[in-house]
Design a protein around this ligand. Structure first.
Ligand code: NAD
Ligand code: DAU
Length: 377
C-alpha cells in the first residue's frame, strides 16, 4: 500500500523517526497519540511495561504504520544502541521513569535504577549514535529529557514560582533521582556537546493517569464510595497542567528549543489538594446525579501525611511562553471536567489497571495511614 492510499502524508512517511521512552505510560501515551494525530512522522516506543505502562493506552494506533513498539528496558545498553542503529532517529524524547513519590519513599531502589542508570544508558547510546552523524542529520539531532518541577524542592506561600535558575533542592527519593538524571543530561551537553534539552514540568492530569496519583485515585475511589485519603491538612499546593498541553510544550521545545537549554512548563493553576478534591466531588455530584454516595465530599478522610511532603510547587513558564511561543490551552476547570468525563466513560480501563498488584500497593501505602480525626492533625 503506498503512503497516500494509507492516508499518511508524504512528509510523515519519509521523515526520520523519533524514539519515545516510556510511551505506554500516562504522559508518554498522550504524547504518542498527539504526535501521530499531528502527522509528525514515525515513532518508536521503547517501554518496559512496568505496572504503570499499559499497551491499552495505545490500542488505537497499534496498527498504525508510523508506530513501532519495542518491549524493553532503558537500562539495557545493548538494546538501546541497537534501536538507535536500526532506526536512525532524528530525536529521542525520554519519558520513561519511576514516577510516584509515595512508591519512592517505600522502595527507592527502582527509582535509582531506572531514573539514573536508565538515563545514563540512553545518554551513552545517544552520544555514540550522534558521533556517527554528519551534516544535516547531525545538525537536527536532539535528546529531550522530560523532567519535573520537584527537582527544585518546596516553596513557602509567598515565594516566587520556580524558574529555570532556581537552585536544585530535591526532597524525595523520586525527586533526587530525577535531579540526578537532569545533572547527567547537563553534563553530557557540556562535556560531550550532546544537543540535549530538559523540560521541568508541574503536575499533569488527564486521561490515562494511573489511579495511584491524587486526581485519578480520588475519581476512582469516589465512584466506589471508598474513602478519599487526603494527606495531612490537605493545604499543600500543586500547579496543575492538562497533559495534552504538556505534550504540546514538549513538541514545541523539540522544534524550537535551543540545545543545552532548560524550559519550565506549567499552566499557572495553583490549587490546594483539598480544593482539587472538593472540585472533583462537586463534578461527580453533577455528572453522576444518581450516585448513592452523594455528596461525594462526605468521603473525604484525612490520613497521615507523606513523609517529607513538599508544601508547594509553582512554575514560572515565561521563558517557554516568551521565547518559544507556547501557551497552555486548557483551563483547570475545562481540563478537570474533561478528565472526570474520560474516567466515567472508561471504567473498564480503570478496572484493568486496578487489579492484582494494584491492591497490594493500596494496602502497603494506605494500610499504615490510619484516618486522622480533624483537629488532631
Ligand atoms: P508513568 O509512571 O505513568 O509512566 C512511566 C512509563 O515508563 C511506563 O510506561 C513504564 O512502563 C515506563 N518505564 C518505567 N521504567 C522503565 C524502564 N526501565 N525502561 C523502559 N520503560 C520504563 O509516568 P508519567 O507520569 O507518564 O511521567 C512520564 C515522565 O514525565 C517521567 O519522567 C516523569 O518524571 C515526568 N513528569 C511527570 C509529571 C506528572 O505529573 N505525571 C510531571 C512532570 C514530569
Ligand atoms: O510536580 C510534578 C510531579 O507531580 C511529577 O514529577 C510526579 O511524577 C507526579 O507523580 C506528581 O507528584 P506529586 O507527588 O505532586 O503527585 P501525587 O498525585 O502523588 O500527589 C499530589 C498531591 O496530593 C501531593 O501533595 C500528595 C497529595 N495526595 C496524594 C495521594 C496519592 C494525597 O493527599 N492523597 C493521596 O492519596
Amino acid at each position: 500500500m503506498d503512503a497516500v492510499k494509507a492516508g499518511i502524508s508524504q512528509t510523515a512517511a519519509t521523515a526520520a523517526p523519533v524514539i519515545v521512552t516510556g510511551g505506554a505510560g500516562f504522559i508518554g501515551s498522550n504524547f504518542v497519540l498527539e504526535w501521530l494525530a499531528a502527522g509528525k512522522g514515525p515513532v518508536i516506543n521503547l517501554d518496559k511495561l512496568t505496572y504503570a505502562g499499559n499497551p491499552e493506552n495505545l490500542a488505537s494506533v497499534a496498527n498504525d504504520p508510523n508506530y513501532t513498539f519495542v518491549h524493553g528496558d532503558i537500562c539495557d545498553g545493548e538494546l538501546v544502541a541497537k534501536i538507535f542503529a536500526d532506526h536512525k532517529p532524528r530525536a529521542i524524547l525520554h519519558f520513561a521513569a519511576e514516577s510516584h513519590v509515595d512508591r519512592s519513599i517505600l522502595g527507592p531502589e527502582a527509582f535509582l535504577k531506572t531514573n539514573i542508570d536508565g538515563t545514563f544508558a540512553l545518554l551513552k547510546a545517544a552520544r555514540a549514535y550522534y558521533d556517527t552523524l554528519a551534516g544535516e542529520e547531525k545538525e537536527r539531532f536532539r535528546f529531550l529529557h522530560v523532567s519535573t518541577d520537584e527537582v527544585y524542592g518546596t516553596l513557602e506561600p509567598e515565594d516566587p514560582a520556580f524558574h529555570e535558575n532556581t537552585p536544585y533542592a530535591p526532597n524525595s527519593p523520586y525527586a533526587a533521582s530525577k535531579a540526578a538524571s537532569d545533572h547527567l543530561v547537563r553534563a553530557w551537553v557540556h562535556t560531550y556537546g550532546l544537543p540535549a534539552m530538559i523540560t521541568n514540568c508541574s503536575n499533569n492530569y488527564g486521561p490515562h493517569h494511573f489511579p495511584e496519583k491524587l486526581i485519578p485515585l480520588m475519581i476512582s475511589n469516589a465512584q466506589k464510595g471508598k474513602p478519599l485519603p487526603v494527606y495531612g491538612d490537605g493545604q499543600q499546593v500543586r500547579d496543575w497542567l492538562y497533559v495534552v498541553d504538556h505534550c504540546k510544550a514538549i513538541m514545541t521545545v523539540l522544534e524550537k528549543g535551543k540545545p543545552g537549554e532548560t524550559y519550565n512548563v506549567g499552566g499557572g493553576n495553583q490549587r490546594t489538594n483539598l480544593d482539587v478534591v472538593n472540585t472533583l466531588c462537586a463534578l461527580l455530584d453533577e455528572l453522576v446525579p444518581d450516585s448513592p454516595y452523594k455528596p461525594h465530599a462526605q468521603l473525604i478522610t484525612y490520613v497521615a501525611d507523606r513523609p517529607g511532603h513538599d508544601r508547594r510547587y509553582a512554575i514560572d513558564a515565561r521563558k517557554l511562553e516568551g521565547e518559544l511561543g507556547w501557551r497552555a490551552q486548557e483551563s483547570f476547570e475545562t481540563g478537570l471536567r474533561k478528565t472526570v468525563e474520560w474516567y466515567l466513560a472508561n471504567k473498564e480501563w480503570v478496572e484493568h489497571v486496578t487489579s492484582g498488584a494494584y491492591q497490594q500497593w493500596m494496602d502497603k501505602n494506605y494500610g499504615s495511614r490510619e484516618a486522622v480525626a480533624e483537629g488532631t492533625r
